[in-house]
Design a protein around this ligand. Structure first.
Ligand SMILES: [Zn+2]
Length: 170
């Protein structure tokens, strides 16, 4: 990743963070603000694996990644609306990637939300199948690990490294 790519990625990451916060704040005043906040969360989540690499290059001394607004805010929204399984999947994915939780409460604690949502889930109706926000696929042609948006689950596409056919599970 070049210096320029690092800058571009981090700029996009932070501008999405601001968009998420601004729209979520307006959710009771503007009819489409919550939908937009969700859209920006998904965009920031889609960027997350690349942003993680950029952060590692740019903030070498830190050791750990900062909090991730998109994962956290979307998990909060899903939990609020009863999407406990989806909230858990988001937290687990963020945790696996090494992001912290804490943009709203100053904490780095995905496990707390996972535990709470698991308890709520156990009490609620059987969950619908959940598609993860990011699907990890290994290209069978070149062996490259790919991070593909969950919206392509069950579809075919081209590997962005070798152009080979990639089937996305789902
Ligand atoms: Zn490939």
């Amino acid at each position: 990743m070049t210096e320029q790519d690092v800058r571009k990625t981090l700029d996009l990451h932070f501008s999405l963070m601001e968009s998420i916060k601004a729209h979520y704040r307006m959710r009771d005043k503007q009819p489409d603000a919550l939908d937009k906040a969700i859209l920006y969360c998904n965009q920031q989540i889609e960027l997350a694996p690349t942003a993680a690499v950029a952060f590692e290059i740019d903030y070498k001394k830190e050791g750990a990644l900062p909090s991730h607004t998109g994962y956290e805010q979307l998990a909060i929204i899903r939990e609020k609306h009863g999407g406990f399984a989806e909230a858990i999947a988001l937290c687990e994915e963020a945790k696996r990637q090494g992001w912290g939780e804490g943009c709203t409460k100053g904490r780095f604690d995905w496990d707390k939300r996972i535990n709470r949502c698991s308890k709520k889930l156990a009490k609620s109706a059987p969950p619908l199948p959940v598609t993860p926000a990011i699907i990890h696929v290994t290209c069978s042609s070149c062996g490259q690990g790919l991070n593909i948006s969950g919206k392509y689950a069950g579809q075919r596409g081209k590997c962005n490294h070798c152009g080979g056919l990639v089937e996305v599970p789902g």
